[in-house]
Design a protein around this ligand. Structure first.
Ligand code: DCP
Ligand code: CA
Ligand code: CA
Length: 382
């Protein structure tokens, strides 16, 4: 075993000598749905633009999907109720538009095809984000990566007319946090030697996977910044959060992340939705229904010989408004029990957010990797 470890380490060193550092980019399209609306109607650019999902019950019931940066100055952000957005933009010449997903998807597809052409490996995550591994392309040079990004940004602006923010880092985690730190139209480069100083002073909530609840729990332990978390005793983290999460938090806070950029059919998902016998917010009644949906989803998953990494639930509420919750697992899985457990957790948190009963319930899995690919990668590694 020891021999194998040293061979792997030597391989890693050789790789560094031969091709330089790993360099990962994360592209995140700016205020995406609203920017698409500006693209087809440039007069909107100077106005607050709010794109929302209208549930149809009253004229303004529903939620904001996103808003352009002009509207954000008035406190209008993703997720707030449309009537609140309307109130915050009272007496302002603002424009409210319904989501036109098909159009945004078309623009996203064009941009993603361009981004893909600049990468060695490409992984799309959702409609407006993608990771690019460009290690070979720029021969491990962060300077060359910066120049490449300037070029891609200009090209996408010229050909498609959309701006995006880009993070450059030695791994996916750092690239993602870098991209988030300068929006819109930003570029943030974090070289390996700057990873710790870059992360140190940021609040723990900036780490992917650390939501409101976890960061509150960490604050109670005296952990406020990513630096605090990096220096916190790893065994104490494991005691508080369990082994998997404890180790994940420790590594992430230290900027350590080895997740490869994998070419997956991320745009794809498997989903089922069904109407409940009667409107309810009773967990066991909902689980009865989601268990049926999961059985059928899982059958499809096995047929395509894939693993999933993202799980979501969607609820159409009694008033026809839509609520959804999703989460990314720490690693890909094809286990039905894990799927059931994840759906249950998501349902619990969804029910906890509103008193309203649910009319229809749906389950979705996405971010697939093929079982065949994983096997191939493992065997070629040895
Ligand atoms: N979206 C949504 N509902 C949410 C959040 C997002 O419908 N609660 C949609 C609309 C967004 C798109 O997903 O345009 C991408 O989400 P982002 O979180 O990346 O936000 P934006 O691209 O809108 O803004 P930013 O410039 O902050 O990336
Ligand atoms: Ca995004
Ligand atoms: Ca975005």
């Amino acid at each position: 075993m020891k021999g194998l470890t040293s061979i792997l380490i030597i391989n890693k060193i050789w790789r560094k000598v031969l091709v330089g550092s790993t360099i990962i980019l994360l592209a995140d399209l700016d205020y995406f749905f609203a920017q698409c609306e500006e693209l087809r109607n440039p007069d909107l650019k100077i106005k607050p633009v709010v794109v929302g999902v209208y549930s149809g019950r009253t004229q303004d019931s529903g939620a904001v999907s996103t808003a352009n940066y002009v509207a954000r100055k008035y406190g209008v952000n993703s997720g707030i109720p449309l009537h609140l957005a309307r109130k915050r933009l009272q007496n302002v010449d603002a424009v409210f538009l319904p989501v036109d997903y098909k159009y945004y998807k078309h623009i996203s597809d064009e941009i993603m095809a361009q981004l893909r052409s600049y990468s060695d490996l490409f992984e799309q995550v959702g409609i407006d984000e993608a990771y690019l591994d460009v290690s070979k392309k720029v021969q491990g040079s962060f300077k060359a990566a910066g120049l490449l990004v300037e070029k891609i940004k200009n090209e996408v602006k010229k050909k498609i007319g959309i701006s995006f923010s880009m993070g450059i880092g030695p791994n996916k985690l750092v690239a993602k946090i870098a991209a988030d730190s300068n929006k819109p139209d930003g570029l943030t480069i974090v070289k390996p030697s700057n990873v710790n100083s870059f992360l140190e002073s940021l609040p723990v909530s900036r780490l992917p996977g650390i939501g409101k609840k976890t960061s509150q729990k960490m604050n109670l332990l005296g952990i406020n910044t990513i630096g605090d978390l990096a220096h916190y005793d790893v065994q104490s983290l494991i005691d508080s959060f369990g082994r998997n999460l404890g180790v994940y938090y420790h590594n992430s806070a230290n900027g350590v992340n080895n997740e490869p950029v994998h070419e997956a059919n991320e745009a794809e998902s498997i989903s089922r939705i069904s109407t409940l016998k009667e409107n309810t917010r009773d967990l066991s009644a909902l689980l009865d229904k989601t268990d049926q949906l999961i059985l059928s989803i899982h059958r499809d998953l096995l047929n395509r010989n894939s693993k999933f990494k993202r799980v979501g639930v969607i609820a159409i509420m009694a008033n026809l408004s839509v609520r959804s919750k999703s989460k990314t697992l720490l690693s890909s899985s094809d286990q039905i029990d894990l799927l059931k457990k994840s759906v249950q957790n998501l349902l619990e948190s969804l029910i906890g957010e509103s008193e309203m009963k649910i009319r229809r319930i749906g389950v979705k899995i996405s971010e697939f990797t093929s079982n065949k690919e994983t096997q191939k990668q493992l065997s070629s590694y040895f």
